[in-house]
Design a protein around this ligand. Structure first.
Ligand code: HAM
Length: 432
């Protein structure tokens, strides 16, 4: 089909070439919005002295089964998994989240034993075969932070303070919802209480909850079908052992002192199985139903479950596209506009124009060379459409005089400027 023309959208669908459902092409301002969120998150993470980690997109499926949890929706229903071509036909999976891979990498590097206190951040695509809707995609980016070797409540609070700083920089309103799920000491009693409550309300539970009841009763609290019924369920806060109670109290106190707005949501259980003690979500009203823009919590047993030492862990992940939606991609529309578009009339002028473009780019300006094959009028229209501030015009006359016509497209003015002065002329006009 190459060279045969793109065809209509319908033709492309019939040819089986259409983009997959839930996967996005991010073009221009949409891509810039996502890059902007990533860049801001990086800046904040660097200020907290956190190191970058890059981990593979593919791992063994088993890694996610053991960590995210076999009964979690993510592992049970949403994995992109397939058999490899090796003899054993190892089952591989595209990562649905970053935490398990980071924990595996941490253990593989021997850090759990040699130097357990570590702080990492990561950025990149995750894959979940969810039902697509606004703010929910099958490929999306997370910016995540994972901290190892810190069991104290101050670390949980610091992570939320960090998220709060990040969202303030973006001018985004969020509310933090926090909860404690207890630990290995007190969780079993809470789980048992939920199981008994579920069995007592069997006839009122939805179909999904019937499944959840025996396999993972904590998820009963997550039921979206009957939130009224879930209100009557046992609350984890009533079952916390003393150390868990104290830990949560300290988190609350530190958040209040730092002026982080939060509410305690006793139904916040999170969709992944590894959480212990503190869990949290940052919720924005600007994204619609998919309102959790950041989520995370403590996972103290996970390093050990994956074969490492008994090291505490805690972290969060930012849903980058959700944040980009919440801060409105519109404001990025003009960000990519050139400072100047260069219009060269004729071959000789093109050589000079390319030289000029190099000089201006070296001065830090954003310069676009327009095609020398079109007429002046069409090129000026094009420069205007791109949002360029200036058009720089070079023809035979300008070459002969060693000047450039500088047309200010924003203020409809034009003047002739010596070639050697263009960089300083533009920089001062643009306040650079
Ligand atoms: P999660 O709640 O599954 O947690 O995802 C974190 C964030 O990723 C969500 O709050 C949301 O903003 C975004 N997200 C999740 N699924 C989608 C989707 N289908 N489309 C768009 N955005 C999505 C985790 O992944 C944990 N690993 C977080 C964590 C790190 N906990 C401790 N450390």
């Amino acid at each position: 089909m190459m060279g045969g023309g793109a065809g209509t959208a319908r033709e492309r669908i019939n040819l089986g070439l259409a983009r997959l459902r839930g996967f996005q092409d991010l073009i221009g301002p949409d891509a810039r919005a996502v890059s902007f969120v990533e860049e801001r998150a990086r800046n904040v993470a660097e200020r907290y002295s956190i190191n970058e980690i890059r981990i593979p997109l593919l791992e063994r499926l088993e890694l996610y089964q053991r960590s995210s949890g076999e009964t979690s929706d993510v592992v049970e229903k949403q994995m992109y998994a397939f058999a490899d071509r090796d003899e054993a036909q190892t089952t591989l999976a595209l990562r649905p989240e970053g935490t398990p891979g980071v924990v595996r990498a941490y253990i593989d590097a021997g850090l759990d034993r040699s130097d357990p206190e570590q702080r990492f951040y990561y950025y990149g695509p995750m894959f979940r075969r969810e039902r697509p809707q606004k703010g929910r995609f099958r490929q999306f980016n997370q910016f995540g932070v994972e901290i190892f070797g810190r069991a104290d409540a101050a670390c949980d609070a610091e992570l939320m303070i960090m998220v709060d700083e990040f969202r303030r920089e973006l001018g985004l309103e969020v509310e933090f919802e926090i909860n404690s799920l207890g630990d290995a000491t007190c969780r079993p009693a809470f789980r048992q209480a939920l199981l008994e409550w579920g069995r007592a309300h069997l006839d009122q539970l939805c179909e999904d909850c019937h499944q959840r009841l025996e396999r993972n009763p904590l998820r009963l609290l997550d039921c979206k079908n009957d939130t009224k019924l879930a209100e009557t369920a046992p609350r984890s806060s009533d079952y916390l052992c003393d150390p868990c109670h104290q830990h949560f109290g300290t988190v609350e106190e530190l958040l209040s002192k730092a002026n982080v707005p939060y509410v305690v949501n006793p139904r916040l259980v999170r969709g992944l199985d590894y959480y212990t003690r503190t869990t949290f979500e940052a919720v924005s009203k600007a994204v619609g139903a998919q309102s959790a823009v950041v989520a995370g919590g403590r996972y103290d047993g996970l390093v050990e479950v994956l074969g490492g030492a008994a090291v505490a862990g805690t972290g969060f992940a930012i849903g980058v596209e959700r944040i980009a939606l919440a801060i409105e991609a519109d404001r990025f529309k003009l960000d990519g506009a050139p400072d100047a578009s260069i219009i060269a009339m004729g071959e000789r002028a093109t050589v000079t124009a390319m030289d000029l473009a190099r000089t201006l780019r070296a001065a830090g300006l954003r310069i676009e060379m327009l095609s020398p094959e079109r007429g002046l009028k069409a090129l000026l229209r094009r420069a205007d459409k791109l949002g360029a501030h200036f058009a720089l015009i070079i023809g035979e006359n300008e070459l002969a005089q060693g000047v450039v016509q500088v047309r200010d497209l924003k203020n409809s003015a034009q003047q002739s400027v010596p070639q050697g002065d263009i960089a300083s002329h533009l920089c001062s006009a643009l306040n650079r």
